[in-house]
Design a protein. Structure first.
Length: 254
């Protein structure tokens, strides 16, 4: 197994992609602290992985609260003895508004959850990595972090910032055996009932962002994103650092 005995923290673990990442990492032998604001949806996954050697522990935490960020790392170390891998998956979509129309409250919340919170979780995790002699950070970004027309101003800015943070961290900590990469999903199947379905969209902005959607042969599956994360977390990618890996079915190759 690629991740046997690795200690992993996954934020945003109750989302479709977050749960899939937790599930597949545990199947690869990892010990996973699955962090979410609500953990009810994670309970069904817990305790299913003894045959794989991995485990999954649901933990309630809000990434907008510094005490919860510190607490999740402390909990992982307490339960598993160390922290090896951090996956920043928690995030929020915007309403597709351009810079001339954005709502202040939503803009601030998107930036706080998509960029400020990952920076703070990385800061806390790196303190543990330095004690242990290394570690891995994987940030779940987006094609919107590399291109300008896939979302609104807030989400696009936040994901561009997250990729910049990824690259800066990779460079600054490479000599301490700490790797940091980003996964950039394209069009991925969403769950009904997720924030992206409940959000009231700016219809003109949405129409502009949807212009290129027809170029996608099919939407991706959460498992296909999780496979990329497993690769980046494993020793198979030991010389990959500071990269933003597109997993988009060729959407951006046109």
């Amino acid at each position: 197994m690629k991740l046997a005995n690795k200690s992993v923290v996954v934020t945003g673990a109750s989302s479709g992609l977050g749960r899939t990442i937790c599930d597949m990492f545990a199947r690869e032998g990892a010990r996973v602290l699955a962090v979410a604001v609500g953990t009810k949806r994670l309970e069904a996954l817990a305790g299913r992985f003894s045959e794989y050697g991995g485990s999954l522990v649901p933990w309630k935490g809000d990434m907008l609260v510094q005490a919860d960020i510190d607490g999740m790392v402390d909990e992982a170390v307490r339960r598993f003895g160390r922290l090896d891998i951090l996956i920043n998956n928690a995030g929020l979509m915007d309403d597709f508004s351009g810079v001339g129309d954005f709502d202040d409250e939503l803009f601030d919340k998107v930036l706080r959850l998509n960029l400020v919170a990952p920076a703070r979780t990385m800061r806390r995790a790196i303190r543990e990595f330095e004690k242990e002699g290394g570690g891995v950070i994987i940030n779940i970004a987006s094609v919107a972090g590399l291109y300008g027309g896939r979302a609104g101003a807030a989400y696009t800015a936040s994901k561009h910032g997250l990729i910049g943070l990824t690259k800066n961290t990779a460079y600054m900590y490479a000599n301490r055996n700490i790797r940091c990469n980003a996964v950039c999903p394209g069009s991925i199947k969403k769950e009904m009932g997720s924030d992206e379905f409940l959000q009231e969209f700016n219809q003109s902005g949405l129409a502009l962002a949807q212009r290129g959607r027809g170029l996608v042969e099919r939407p991706g599956e959460s498992e296909e994103i999780a496979e990329a994360a497993i690769f980046l977390a494993s020793e198979s990618s030991s010389y990959i650092n500071g990269q933003a890996i597109l997993v988009d079915g060729g959407w951006t190759s046109y």
